[in-house]
Every structure is written in structure tokens, then in C-alpha cells.
Design a protein around this ligand. Structure first.
Ligand SMILES: *Cc1c(COP(=O)(O)O)cnc(C)c1O
Length: 350
């Protein structure tokens, strides 16, 4: 499919040559036999959390792998997607030399991580419908372009990218394409995970922070080929997913009927909120959303944002983002929270 894709030429030299740190728990893995653990300088008392977590999170990955129909070796877990994204930068982008492409308006972390890692960020704006401009993107690529970030459904616009454009980027770019699917559980569109074995340059990221309602535990998921995952594994902090997070995530994944229930309610609330917003005089446009938020164009975004604050409601003012002039972003709350939002917006409409 992607003839010129060559992982060995993308990875940073120092990472390719790196012998990863080998932790106590890497060197001896329990097979379930009762053992006396005197290898990791742990305190032997208070036995719920006294042991280091499984550095490879095997139980958690096994559940994810079976739910997604892939292998555990195609999964890397991070302390939030933010850690996953940072590992991708550090594995592939040579500071002060390489560059990445992002498609504003989009998630702010790609920029922040590029700056932290001293990587040039080339921004190619989305089109008027918030879809990627494939030709402009491929024109921006040079020999040092390592990564292209696609966020779909996109934050803050809420829409998903069309299949045709995404495929054209996957096929036309010989570096890595990261599709950030933080909001995929709210979307009726299929995850790009099912195409992971078709495109060897595809990385899909997901998170338990949004639909799963577990932003507090910090669990981000990276799906990619075994070859990509093993590179990222070399540079991840050994015990990056703590015991409490692994246990909570396991429970949540096993009981994912809660997820479907929550998503159904949130989508119904999104529909109601969109309907109510149409009756507000200063609302100029409500953008279609595949996520748990609505981007809404109003007459004076910053003024409306401040009026809402005075009424005790915190929205997100996105009006300084390109293509988001006059726009506020509303996360879908509970039924009563959304009612209060509507009441407040109506009071301001006079
Ligand atoms: C919220 C969000 C995330 C989540 O990041 P975590 O670190 O997993 O909480 C990732 N990507 C996008 C686009 C988001 O909006």
C-alpha cells in the first residue's frame, strides 16, 4: 500500500540504538506461582499498594485487545493520551531538525508538545467545513516531516473527517499519521482502528477521559503496528500506569454498558441543547457535532462568555482560534446543567 514507508528511517537514531531501562518487574515476571519478592526494594507491609504496577499492563491490554480484535502487542498505554502523544514526538522527531503538521482549529496539545520538543509545527488550516485540505497538507510535507495529526472527531469543531480525505493523507504521506479519536465513542462513524493493518503508518489514539468518564485516572491508549509500539515501549517510563488506574480501568472496560448508557443520554442532551440554541437571537450558527460538545457561533463570543461566567457557567471561548471567530464551545452536561445553561442564555437574550 505504502511503498516508501520505512519505520527504520523515521525513528530517531538514539531511540533506535537505545537499550531500554530494565525494571525489577521486567526482569522477573510472575507466572502466578506464589513467590517471595525481594527484588524491587518495596516495603513488604500494607499490602494493597505496596508493590510496583505491572509495567506492561498485561491484564488491561488483554481486555482491550479482545474488545478491539487486535493483539496486546499493538497497544501502548499512557498517563493520558497526552503522554502517548509526547512519546510519539520523542521517538520520531529530532529536535531542531524535524517538523510535524497540524490542522487548526484543533486540539492545542499538538502545538504545545511540538514547542516542548523543539519541533517545527506546520499549520495547514482546515477548510470551511472543517475538513482537511489534502493537497495543501501534502504540499507542506518535506523530507523532515515525521508526523501529521488528524483529530477526528475534531476538537473544537466537533465534526469527523471524511474517509476520502483521511485515506488520501494515509496513502500520500510516508511518515506517521496520528488519528486522535478522543471522542470516537460519541460518534456513529467507525474507528480507524479497523484500518490499522491496512496502513502501516497509522497510529490511532483513544482515551478513557471522555465517554468513559475517567479523566481523573489518566489513561490514554495508543494503537499501532507491533513495530511502532515496540519503539514507543522502549522510551516509556517503566511504571507509567499506576495500580489504581489499572484496576479502575479494568473495571470500567469490563462494565462498558455504563459507557453506552452515558453516551446515549449525552447524545440526547446534545440534540435538545442544539434545538434550544436555535431559538436564541444572538446564536448565529450551531455546528454539527459527533462529540460531547457543541461549537456555537454567537454575536460577541467574549462578551457572552463573560456574561455566562457571571451566571456561574463556564463555557470555552474558542473565538481566538482560526475559523472559530465568534465561537463558544459548550460541553454537554447533565440534564439539569444544560437546562441552567439554556435559562442563562435566554436571560442574556434581550
Ligand atoms: C480531551 C482530549 C484528549 C484527552 O487527553 P487525555 O490526556 O487522554 O485526557 C485527547 N485528544 C483530544 C483531541 C481531546 O480533546
Amino acid at each position: 500500500m505504502n511503498k516508501q514507508f520505512n519505520l527504520d528511517s523515521l525513528v530517531r537514531r538514539n531511540v533506535a540504538e537505545l537499550a531500554p531501562y530494565s525494571s525489577a518487574r521486567d526482569e522477573f515476571k510472575s507466572d502466578g506461582t506464589e513467590m517471595i519478592f525481594l527484588d524491587a526494594n518495596e516495603n513488604p507491609f500494607r499490602s494493597d499498594l505496596n508493590r510496583y504496577p505491572d509495567p506492561q499492563q498485561q491484564e488491561l491490554k488483554a481486555v482491550l485487545a479482545s474488545q478491539k480484535g487486535i493483539s496486546s502487542k499493538e497497544i501502548l498505554l499512557g498517563n493520558g493520551s497526552d503522554e502517548v502523544l509526547d512519546l510519539i514526538f520523542r521517538a520520531f522527531c529530532e529536535p531542531a531538525t524535524d517538523n510535524i503538521i497540524s490542522l487548526p482549529p484543533t486540539y492545542g496539545m499538538y502545538s504545545v508538545l511540538a514547542k516542548i520538543n523543539n519541533i517545527e509545527e506546520r499549520q495547514v488550516l482546515l477548510d470551511e467545513d472543517f475538513q482537511p485540505k489534502v493537497n495543501d497538507i501534502l504540499d507542506a510535507v518535506d523530507k523532515n516531516t515525521k508526523l501529521i495529526f488528524l483529530c477526528s472527531p475534531n476538537n473544537p469543531s466537533g465534526n469527523s473527517f471524511r474517509e476520502k480525505e483521511v485515506k488520501a493523507i494515509l496513502e500520500g504521506f510516508t511518515g506517521l499519521v496520528i488519528i486522535d479519536e478522543a471522542y470516537i465513542d460519541f460518534s456513529e462513524k467507525q474507528s480507524w482502528l479497523s484500518d490499522m493493518r491496512v496502513y502501516s503508518n497509522l497510529i490511532v489514539t483513544q482515551t478513557l477521559s471522555k465517554a468513559y468518564g475517567l479523566a481523573g485516572i489518566r489513561l490514554g491508549i495508543c494503537y499501532a503496528s507491533e513495530a511502532i509500539i515496540s519503539l514507543l515501549n522502549k522510551i516509556k517510563p517503566p511504571y507509567n500506569i499506576n495500580v489504581l488506574t489499572q484496576n479502575t480501568a479494568l473495571e470500567a472496560l469490563k462494565n462498558n454498558h455504563n459507557l453506552r448508557k452515558d453516551v446515549k443520554v449525552i447524545l440526547e442532551q446534545r440534540r435538545l441543547l442544539a434545538k434550544e440554541l436555535q431559538h436564541i437571537g444572538y446564536v448565529e450558527k450551531i455546528f454539527a457535532s459527533d462529540a460531547n460538545f457543541l461549537l456555537v457561533k454567537v454575536d460577541h463570543a467574549t462578551k457572552r462568555y463573560k456574561e455566562l461566567l457571571e451566571k456561574g457557567i463556564v463555557a470555552r471561548d474558542r473565538s481566538s482560534q482560526p475559523l472559530c471567530e465568534g465561537c463558544l464551545r459548550f460541553t454537554i452536561g447533565t440534564e439539569s446543567e444544560n437546562k441552567k445553561l439554556i435559562e442563562a442564555l435566554k436571560e442574556m437574550d434581550s
